[in-house]
Ligand binder design. Structure first.
Ligand code: SF4
Ligand code: SF4
Ligand code: SF4
Length: 254
């Protein structure tokens, strides 16, 4: 499993470099345009898919595919700010999420009055692949924004505070069946996993107080904690019933 997760960074960098090719199919800003025109486009389908799987497979979209997340992570290595664990403020997230959808829906109704919307028909190619310069510039603006945030602020600050998709994915990830689990019998409480975690999730708290189940909705399943642990104490597990799993661990410790 460690080997698989050591590929995460390479996979994401390759994916990031490929995104100019299918920018309109992936960049979440185009969801606004899709609502504006009343069309279910590829970008909507892709991210709806990522949101719908969160109760089962967590935030795979954020930890393996999102190019903005990758750009934040690359820049964060040289960040001037040390990341401490701060629980994201839900109200700040909603300050972004609500205007995003309200403005798009308002424009949808304006357009609909003019008869130029499409009744939310599924048209994957509506925002067709387009290699013209203004899309490349838009991609560069997005990446530069992520890099600047990554350099100036804490790790994944944008994910935790700005991104409306992060808000939606975190809501589902609260129930994720796929989570990192620490084998407390192997753990030496060295804290390396917590230090290296891209979100600075307080791993030690989960180890001490949650039988090693890392149930944070901020976890993006990047596997950095698995890679970092010298004691091989962290694995990714599919746990259907967290309560029963904890009871089983409790029973085995008695
Ligand atoms: S929270 Fe948003 S920006 Fe961050 S990885 Fe997820 S989708 Fe991308
Ligand atoms: S890195 Fe491994 S041994 Fe160290 S605290 Fe984390 S799980 Fe425990
Ligand atoms: S807890 Fe592990 S898998 Fe989750 S975000 Fe942190 S390092 Fe990645």
């Amino acid at each position: 499993m460690k080997k698989l997760f050591s590929l995460n960074a390479i996979f994401r960098i390759v994916f990031l470099l490929l995104t100019p090719v299918f920018f309109q199919y992936f960049a979440i800003g185009f969801i606004w345009h899709s609502i504006y025109w009343g069309v279910i486009t590829t970008v909507v389908l892709v991210w709806m898919g990522f949101i719908l799987i969160t109760p089962l497979f967590g935030r795979i979209g954020c930890g393996w595919f999102c190019f903005m997340g990758t750009a934040y992570d690359l820049a964060s290595r040289h960040s001037i700010k040390v990341t401490k664990w701060n629980k994201p403020k839900i109200w700040v997230r909603f300050l972004i999420l609500v205007p995003f959808f309200v403005s798009a829906i308002a424009f949808y109704f304006l357009n609909s009055g003019k008869g130029i919307t499409h009744g939310f028909a599924i048209i994957p190619s509506f925002l067709a692949l387009d290699f013209s310069m203004h899309y490349k510039i838009a991609w560069m603006v997005d990446i530069s924004f992520a890099i600047i945030l990554g350099l100036l602020l804490e790790r994944r600050w944008g994910c935790r505070n700005l991104c409306f998709m992060g808000t939606l994915c975190a809501a589902g990830a609260n129930y994720s069946r796929l989570i990192p689990v620490v084998d407390v019998s192997k753990c030496t409480l060295c804290g390396k996993c917590e230090q290296d975690c891209l979100l600075r999730i307080p791993m030690l708290d989960y180890i001490k107080n949650n039988k090693g189940l890392v149930t944070s909705s901020e976890c993006i399943l990047c596997g950095k904690c698995i890679e970092s642990c010298k004691s091989d104490a962290v694995t990714l597990k599919f746990i259907w019933n967290r309560k029963k799993y904890k009871e089983r661990i409790q029973a085995s410790q008695q």
